[in-house]
Design a protein around this ligand. Structure first.
Ligand SMILES: N[C@@H](CCC(=O)N[C@@H](CS)C(=O)NCC(=O)O)C(=O)O
Length: 211
């Protein structure tokens, strides 16, 4: 059985979406990051970086396995099941390319923008300006990709889309006001958001954890 350590955030939801897509049984262990539960010593054994998401798979090949970092978890689950990541060739590396683009770019930049423009009580105009510009640029990159390809990795829905969906949705909701101009005239991005959001497993994954 897989245990998912997660919270009500985009990074956590990437993994609940993936587990729902795969139909794998899993138990949810909510880590309330607003109450610093990510710093509990027991959690450090699972996630040495003190962040969600993390999983433990007690039926992994070779014995129980704990994994942190959403990209590593998505890749692990894809390889465990042979789904949502092509096994070889260009299609595999296109998928990994866009997965890593999300993990290293879209996620961190939107995360910083959310902090400075939405959650922080102090106003830091330079930071808001910097991360709005970067989010704008990244959403433009996404629009260009999705104008030429149905999904981020290529023709098929993959872990690249699963990683990008919760953050892109947050860009249009939580950050919708600050990113309004950046979200205009992006028909391919909105078409993709609607298509991915219409998947029943995505809707189920987006409501984990129940708190
Ligand atoms: N690169 C990590 C980022 C994980 C991350 O930033 N998690 C946030 C929630 S979305 C967290 O646990 N924050 C708690 C903290 O910063 O103390 C991943 O993709 O898994």
């Amino acid at each position: 059985m897989i245990t998912l350590y997660t919270w009500t955030t985009p990074n956590g939801r990437k993994i609940s979406i993936m587990l729902e897509e795969l139909g794998l049984p899993y138990t949810v262990h909510a880590i309330n990051i607003g109450r610093d539960e990510q710093f509990a010593p027991a959690f450090l054994n699972v996630s040495p970086n003190n962040k969600i998401p993390a999983i433990e798979d007690d039926e992994a090949e070779g014995g129980p396995l704990a994994i942190f970092e959403s990209g590593a978890i998505l890749t692990y689950l894809a390889e465990k099941t042979g789904r949502f990541l092509p096994a070889s060739g260009a299609a595999r590396f296109k998928t990994l390319e866009w997965l890593h683009w999300q993990i290293g770019g879209l996620g961190p930049m939107l995360g910083q923008l959310g902090f400075f423009a939405v959650r922080s009580k102090e106003r830091a105009p330079l930071a808001i300006h910097r991360f709005t510009d970067e989010a704008d640029r990244l959403l433009g990159v996404m629009e260009r990709r999705l104008a030429e390809s149905p999904y981020l990795g290529g023709a098929e829905y993959s872990i690249a889309d699963i990683a990008a969906y919760p953050w892109t949705l947050a860009a249009t909701t939580v950050m919708g006001q600050v990113l309004a101009p950046a979200l205009e005239a992006k028909p391919a991005l909105h078409r993709w958001l609607e298509a991915v959001g219409a998947r029943p497993a995505v809707a189920r994954g987006m409501s984990v954890p129940v708190v």
